[in-house]
Write a protein that binds this ligand. Structure first.
Ligand SMILES: [Zn+2]
Length: 271
């Protein structure tokens, strides 16, 4: 934690100087190890293997910096996914349950990968300079806002890493998401379908999508924007893209059947 704070502070002091990829990866690594100690991670090797193979197949072609990507499954019924800088991506079980087709999960992964490859968090840190950034309560991500011990476990220094993405970042991540999945041979319409599910859930069960909307600003106009991006894909190519796979069906059935993971005990502090 101290080392991370030093990196963030260093990046702030450097002012206009860029956060290097090395710093970005270090930051992601530090936060990831802290989060992993607090999240109820699904450890099932087969389910994790599938998620990482799918994630890597999308990230590999999108990433110019040769990052090592890590995809984690979180046993949380909230429909959410999020990315840490440097290539750490988390997907909740709740999102997989609401994604009956492979291209829907792939679309969300493509979007999160876009936040990482476009360095949205690193750029926020560069710009921050003491300015107020919209902060996503970390307890929203951890799903433990009612737990006074764990909700305070990571706070200071997380601000930039858990900054709320701007609308411009979202729009860029959508554009990257479409390109990323198409490059990987996957139908980008799944991303649009997943966004529709998120918007519908916000009306029906707002609590389960709070964390998603807290970090990824999104309104109905996002769907039209994504449709416009998809309309730019060559229809002949679009027709060849994969929407589903038996392996995805097996993965999803497996995830849905796994017993719930016990949340790690509250540490009371991350230092
Ligand atoms: Zn986003």
């Amino acid at each position: 934690m101290k080392r991370l704070l030093a990196i963030v502070a260093g990046a702030t002091l450097l002012g206009a100087c860029a956060v290097t990829t090395q710093q970005e990866v270090q930051m992601g690594q530090n936060y990831s190890s802290q989060l992993n100690a607090q999240l109820a991670l699904i450890q099932d090797p087969e389910a994790n293997r599938y998620l990482n193979v799918l994630g890597d197949s999308i990230a590999r072609l999108a990433d110019q910096r040769n990052l090592t990507w890590h995809f984690y499954l979180v046993d949380d019924s909230a429909i959410n996914a999020f990315a840490l800088p440097g290539g750490y991506i988390y997907v909740n079980r709740g999102l997989i349950e609401k994604a009956p087709h492979m291209d829907e999960l792939a679309g969300v992964l493509g979007h999160e990968i876009g936040h990482v490859t476009k360095r949205h968090t690193a750029k926020t840190i560069q710009k921050e300079q003491g300015a107020t950034v919209g902060i996503v309560g970390l307890c929203v991500v951890l799903g433990n806002c009612n737990d006074p011990l764990t909700s305070k476990a990571i706070d200071i220094g997380a601000s930039a890493v858990f900054a709320k993405f701007s609308r411009q970042d979202e729009s860029e991540a959508d554009a990257e998401g479409v390109k990323n999945v198409v490059r990987a041979g996957i139908d980008p319409r799944g991303m649009r379908d997943m966004f529709q599910t998120l918007l519908a859930e916000r009306k029906a069960r707002p609590g389960v999508v709070d964390a998603w909307f807290a970090s990824h600003p999104m309104e109905e106009d996002r769907i039209a924007h994504v449709d416009a991006l998809i309309a730019q894909v060559n229809p002949a190519v679009l027709a060849t893209l994969t929407k589903d796979s038996p392996r995805y069906d097996a993965f999803r059935a497996r995830v849905m059947a796994l017993p719930h993971v016990k949340k790690p005990a509250a540490s009371g502090g991350a230092n």
